[in-house]
Design a binder for this molecule. Structure first.
Ligand code: URA
Length: 189
């Protein structure tokens, strides 16, 4: 995984590679059985080369802490590894070019649980494993079981932690989904 992360740091496969300050491969434990996947780096992530270190990251830290986890115990990454200008949504083309890195990270980590954060990540992961994406408001907190060469993966999409910043009423949903995640972890590990 370390080697792959190093490769990502020097990637120039798409124009975002010229615009970024730092690529953001991912961070956390290479032994983790749970993988959180966001959308793409924002301003602070681009500055520091680490995922979820801005305001949304603070929410993610709080949610992890609420179920007794720290970010060192989990693996956190994004679908695309470089910040799009002005934090715009990633394009289909960017996702297509960058997602092989995420696919390799999944193969290397072999997680038992994948938690897509937000609709872009949910859509990519569900399609990758043969499921039909649905609105995140409808399927957050639901589980999907995927069979892979290295065993079963449970996928549980949740809202992107940033929603708690602009729609505070959704924070409760996030907290509820994290509690479900704790139960899943306790059952699976
Ligand atoms: N939002 C994301 O989707 N990923 C990050 O790393 C930070 C904010």
């Amino acid at each position: 995984m370390k080697k792959l992360e190093e490769r990502v740091k020097t990637c120039r496969k798409c124009p975002l590679g010229e615009l970024r300050t730092n690529a953001v491969p991912g961070s956390g434990s290479y032994e983790s059985k749970i993988m959180f996947i966001g959308e793409g780096p924002g301003y602070w992530e681009d500055q520091k080369g680490l995922p979820f270190v801005g305001r949304a990251g603070k929410v993610l830290d709080e949610l992890l802490e609420s179920i007794g986890l720290t970010r060192d115990e989990v693996y956190i990454t994004n679908i695309i590894k470089c910040r799009p200008p002005n934090n715009r949504d990633p394009t289909e083309e960017e996702i297509k070019t960058c997602s092989p890195y995420l696919d390799m990270q999944i193969d290397l980590l072999r997680p038992k649980i994948i938690v897509p954060l937000g609709r872009h990540s949910m859509s990519y992961i569900l399609k990758k494993f043969g499921f039909e994406p649905e609105p995140i408001s409808k399927i957050h907190g639901k589980t999907f079981e995927a069979r892979t060469l290295f065993g079963k993966i449970v996928i549980m999409p949740i809202y992107h932690p940033a929603v708690a910043l602009y729609r505070p009423q959704l924070r409760e949903e996030l907290e509820r989904d994290f509690k479900k995640l704790r139960t899943l972890l306790d059952d699976l590990l």
